[in-house]
Write a protein that binds this ligand. Structure first.
Ligand code: OAD
Ligand code: ZN
Length: 244
């Protein structure tokens, strides 16, 4: 595939680069996306498994849903797209703002990561201040209990209706970016989906990488209708030619 020369030029000039990522970037690591046929939300009422109210009503059901996802994710490894974004930290003031909870950006080596929707490998207590990592798959106890106080643990992820993590920082990064990528997200869930629009308003070059059209397509300066690995590999090879 061909990367437009004008995009390569923008990348060669850029200092601050950011990427908003969604489930599509982890699809090639074998993790299902949310929307569309066979998507994760199909068959699961979102209000039951991804809200505080749903958890209060049936914590075991919610934990079975997350336990199943954790089991499906446990062998997933970062793919070339995660790795290239991590590599870009060597060349740019680079930030990854992700909606994914799989932890694959950090595993790929990215340091500057904002996990807007939390992390499925972390748990927190519903009562005390306990929070920590938990990688047991499958869980031996459902629902799991707090090792400190014995109350219910919950996944350290953001549910619908809850505030997202690091939102102010994410908005600041969007405003300050020279190039802003939107990669593998349907750009439907706010506030994450607002970030490419904010970046554009503040003068960034907006690049969409997604095989499908999204609301970001309307404002994107460049659109690459390819899988994330293919698009980022092609882009990185072009930049490498210029030794950036
Ligand atoms: P979606 O499932 O809504 O969208 C995935 C996007 O990835 C679609 O636009 C696909 O076209 C695209 N895609 C699929 N394969 C791809 C590939 N190989 N390379 C690039 N793009 C590809 O997932 P998100 O946009 O991440 O929130 O969903 C956002 C949020 O909605 C999630 O974080 C989750 C969900 O409800 C919460 O749980 C709070
Ligand atoms: Zn506790």
């Amino acid at each position: 595939m061909q990367i437009p020369d004008a995009l390569v030029d923008e990348m060669l000039k850029a200092k601050r680069v950011a990427a908003l990522t969604g489930a599509g970037i982890s699809a090639e690591s074998g993790i299902p996306t949310f929307r569309g046929a066979g998507g994760l939300w199909e068959g699961y009422p979102v209000e039951k498994v991804a809200t505080v109210e749903g958890f209060a009503e049936d914590p075991a059901l919610v934990w079975r849903f997350y336990d199943e996802r954790r089991v499906n994710m446990r062998n997933a490894r970062p793919n070339l797209a995660h790795k290239i974004l991590a590599e870009l930290e060597k060349h740019y003031d680079m930030w990854v703002i992700t909606q994914n909870i799989d932890g694959l950006h950090r595993e790929a080596g990215s340091k500057n990561v904002i996990e807007l929707h939390g992390n499925i490998w972390r748990v927190k207590c519903t009562l005390c201040d306990y929070h920590g990592e938990n990688r047991e798959t499958p869980l031996s106890e459902i629902p799991p209990k707090c090792p400190k106080c014995g109350a219910l643990l919950r996944p350290d992820v953001v549910w619908f209706g809850e505030p997202v993590n690091g939102v102010e920082k994410a908005f600041r990064i969007a405003k300050e970016s020279d190039v802003f990528f939107s990669i593998g997200t349907s750009a439907l869930v706010h506030p994450a989906a607002s970030l490419p629009f904010i970046a554009k308003d503040y003068g960034a070059t907006v690049v969409e990488i997604n095989p499908q059209r999204t609301p970001v397509s309307v404002i994107a300066d460049f659109i690459i209708r390819e899988k994330a690995t293919v698009a980022l590999d092609a882009l990185f090879r072009e930049l490498y030619k210029h030794k950036k």
